[in-house]
Design a binder for this molecule. Structure first.
Ligand code: FES
Length: 138
């Protein structure tokens, strides 16, 4: 699989600044019994395929939620398995990529396809029901 690098500056990569932003507020999701319930109607970042959002704070792990170009939702632990930097989806590809200079790149199932990461990226089961995205983080 050919690897495309997300267009980021040297400084963004050196500082580990991900392309995916934090939401304006965190009112659209909650955590209970190891499950995140996210109201898709309140998440403009995820309305269109190729959108993504970071969920952080008040969670045991950082989570990246991606609405793939195939229409499927996916959730990842937002922690590159090389040295822990955050990851981003790469538009026009079926990959997610570390925001660091080393650009570890993973397929949509979290398998490493390029870069220094040794382990698979952790993914979480997701389910869509009644306009809600359920993410099982355990
Ligand atoms: S932290 Fe991701 S490639 Fe190094």
């Amino acid at each position: 699989m050919k690897v495309k690098k997300l267009n980021r500056t040297f400084f963004q990569r050196a500082l580990g600044r991900p392309a995916t932003g934090l939401p304006e507020n965190n009112d659209f999701w909650s955590l209970s019994d190891g499950k995140i319930t996210l109201d898709l109607n309140q998440a403009p970042e995820l309305l269109k395929p190729a959108g993504a959002v970071r969920l952080e704070g008040n969670l045991p792990v950082k989570v990246l939620v991606v609405h793939g170009e195939d229409g499927q939702y996916r959730a990842y632990e937002n922690k590159c398995t090389h040295a822990g930097r955050r990851i981003d989806p790469v538009p026009g590809t079926e990959t997610v990529q570390c925001c660091s200079l080393n650009c570890a790149t993973f397929d949509l199932d979290g398998n490493k396809i390029a870069g220094p990461a040794k382990k698979t990226l952790k993914t979480y089961p997701v389910n869509v029901a009644n306009g809600k995205l359920l993410i099982e983080i355990g």
